[in-house]
Design a protein. Structure first.
Length: 318
């Protein structure tokens, strides 16, 4: 074999090596979300290059992050902060997309909606809201959107009808909630009592409605539902939805929302092993390649060995 032939073979092999990616692990970011949430919707609409994994509950998404199954988790910022505080190694990597939470009632339940809106107004105006807020979120600054308008009720219905009348007759208003979303709603250690911001808001609303209708014993009852149940807006065994639900135009087609009772942002939760990002837009980019060490010889080494061998053979033949 001539030296020129050997050099041609080496040149071709070198080109083949250069054409192979540096790492087979190169790919897009994998994001964990709770299915059906606004974070899920945001990822679908704004992060088409990301791999999105949906989970039934937020704690399952957090578990996937801790196990390394996803790179980041998207969710409501207060809830992600709760897990950041509760779990070592997790940090907030950014925030985005402002949103307002509302209490949902079945379309047409005007009296119930009016009573809830008036009660919320009284809670906010009296300063009780600030006290409830501080119990769940500490010294964070209260920022609450006032989205009331001319159609927002400012007086309790004189003659209650529909679900409001049913609740007054029963002595309790039933709020459907998904109780696995701290600090808004979750079970205590005994797994029977619920605690959280939404639970406190529910109790305050019931107290205001009870006072308006001369029933000092009127109370709020939290009814456990799955998130999918709540998004179906069936209202079969509960009167209203109170479960950290963001008010969106799509949901408003199936339910009537109260005035905003909480305003926040969505956030990005990272683990110690998550890639470094500067903001939510980075999640739409390809992840940095991860080169894994391997004891097996690389193709470059094999090509070099082949070239040396061919040269040695050529010399013997000459």
């Amino acid at each position: 074999m001539k030296l020129s032939q050997i050099m041609t073979a080496v040149f071709v092999a070198t080109l083949l090596v250069a054409a192979i990616p540096a790492s087979a692990a190169t790919g897009n970011y994998t994001l964990g979300v709770q299915s059906g949430t606004t974070s899920d919707t945001y990822a679908a609409e704004n992060l088409p290059n990301a791999n999105v994994m949906g989970y039934d509950t937020i704690d399952l998404a957090i578990g996937a992050l801790e196990q390394g199954d996803v790179d980041f988790v998207l969710g409501d910022l207060p809830t992600l902060k709760f897990y950041q505080t509760d779990t070592n190694g997790l940090t907030i990597a950014g925030s985005f997309s402002e949103e307002d939470f509302g209490i949902g009632v079945a379309p047409g339940e005007a009296d119930l909606l009016a009573a809830i809106n008036v009660a919320l107004g009284e809670i906010i105006d009296s300063g009780e809201y600030d006290t409830i807020f501080a119990a769940s979120f500490g010294d964070e600054i209260v920022v609450l959107t006032d989205d009331t308008d001319a159609n927002t009720a400012d007086a309790y219905p004189a003659n209650a009808t529909g679900k409001l009348a049913d609740a007054l007759a029963a002595g309790t208003i039933l709020f459907g909630t998904d109780p696995y979303y701290p600090p808004f709603e979750s079970y205590t250690d005994n797994t029977t009592d619920m605690v959280g911001f939404d639970v406190d808001i529910a109790a305050a609303i019931a107290a205001k409605i009870g006072a308006a209708y001369d029933d000092a014993n009127f109370s709020a009852t939290m009814v456990e539902k799955t998130w999918d149940d709540l998004l179906a807006f069936g209202y079969t065994d509960y009167d209203a939805t109170l479960s950290a639900m963001t008010k969106t135009a799509q949901r408003a087609e199936k339910t009537d929302f109260s005035r905003a009772y909480y305003s926040s942002k969505q956030g990005i939760l990272a683990s110690a092993d998550s890639p470094t990002i500067t903001g939510v837009d980075d999640l739409n980019k390809a992840a940095d390649p991860v080169v894994e060490e391997d004891d097996s010889p690389s193709l470059t080494v094999l090509v070099s060995s082949l070239a040396i061998g061919l040269i040695a053979v050529a010399r013997r033949k000459n």
